[in-house]
Design a protein around this ligand. Sequence first.
Ligand SMILES: Cc1cc2nc3c(=O)[nH]c(=O)nc-3n(C[C@H](O)[C@H](O)[C@H](O)COP(=O)(O)OP(=O)(O)OC[C@H]3O[C@@H](n4cnc5c(N)ncnc54)[C@H](O)[C@@H]3O)c2cc1C
Length: 466
Amino acid sequence: MTRGSQTTVGWGNIRSTYDTVVIGAGPAGCATAACLAAHGASVLLVESNPKAARRFAGEWVHPEGVRVLQVQGLLEGLSDHVVTSGFVVFPNDGLGPIQLDYPEGTTGLACEHETLVTHVRRRVAEFPGVDYAEGVRAQPVGGDAVDLVARGGEAKRVHAKLVAVAAGRSSRDVVSPDPMREAQVSISQMAGLLVADSQLPCEGYGHVLVGGPGPVLAYRIDANRIRLCFDVPHASHRGAHAAEWIWKSFAEVLPPMLREGVRKELAQTSLSWASIAFRPRRYRTESGVALVGDVAGIFHPLTALGITMSVLDAEALAEASSLTEYAAHRASRSYIPELLSNAIYQAFVRDDAGSEAIREAIFATWRSSPAHRSRTMKLLGAASTGRAEFVRAFSHVAVRAGAAALTSDRRTVEELASWLRWPWASLHPQPDAIRSRSLSWAAPESWASRDFFRSPQPLKEKQHAN
Ligand SMILES: Cc1cc2nc3c(=O)[nH]c(=O)nc-3n(C[C@H](O)[C@H](O)[C@H](O)COP(=O)(O)OP(=O)(O)OC[C@H]3O[C@@H](n4cnc5c(N)ncnc54)[C@H](O)[C@@H]3O)c2cc1C
């Protein structure tokens, strides 16, 4: 059956057995179906709400993500997108922007979320070996069966050797109630705005604008439109006057050539909103299903890692010989991207003196040598995920910030020391490490307290204690 440009399998043609059932056809599910089909598996890909792709969500894909999508042929024929070369950070410190290029010979891409997801769905639905069912809700039954319910209420059970859940961040209980559910920490809100007929100072780059109440990410998504993502702290105004508040709070950090376009759009168009949260990535295997993409964990989108991590999950799942091997492989490659995402976001947002010292040290280190910029970009795009690479890239930041601490007051030194909380958290054995990693998000006052570095208590008790 062809609906619009999408080839879907009719309800009556869904077979009773497949090698794999993939639940959810977002970036993670489509990539998983494609990677498994490329390994010869028969795949049923099930999507309950195709219109969910219209929401404000991931649009920037790093080179590692592009590599997987290209190898699988999922980007073939995608016309409305922009090839990207890296990021330009505007520190708002009077010393000029810092350009961070992707490793030579590699490029990322930016594309409106709905355009990208609709395209990869259409591509994967055409793959031999993949049946794509739309408007069907799926629920795993153990690790080898899935119950399907169609919109009209019809139901059937499908059996499979592997069930992959790629149902996104708000559907993690599709698997089974997550005992770590409370490990999710709400961070902020993100307001999205599309600006037409304007130019960016560095076309082909993601622009990170620092100095407002939260960072702003700006990038071109097609020939005519630029996306702006404003990170809005929870306490800020978000009601009828949100657009006005955004203009007043962020206008100064916008590149002058973009200001007029943003002002006009804010006056005319409504903003798209998304809640931003952090949940450490956790590849649970106890239900016998594979978790792929956001269902495994989420970071702040400032580092634009969600889609890239999702398609790397998909690639690893198709190559693993067991669920345990897959989970261990991805868990070991998720921690450094998480650390980087948390650290960069907090360094750009916090205004305590310790964080300011870290922020200045990061900018000074990036400005000091192309080698540091290049190491950062490999980590940022998840091209390297090892602890040694992370230490090499950021040891200079630690030394610079440490030198600043020598002339600082005690409070600043404590705030600086509190930045050790993430490496410390990861040293706890599982599952305590997950709790500790999520606790690492606590307010600066509690990072500085000695309690943080004690053995973790259950999260709820700890939060009350704060
Ligand atoms: C504001 C914002 C900006 C972002 N920017 C970026 C960015 O620039 N770059 C980046 O890489 N990431 C970004 N992200 C993150 C990115 O959007 C996600 O990481 C990515 O969409 C995750 O893909 P997914 O397939 O795991 O989940 P989703 O995209 O949520 O897809 C899950 C799919 O599963 C379906 N589903 C759910 N339950 C069922 C069920 N029971 N049966 C059948 N189907 C089901 C849903 O309808 C949905 O279509 C951003 C996120 C936000 C909120």
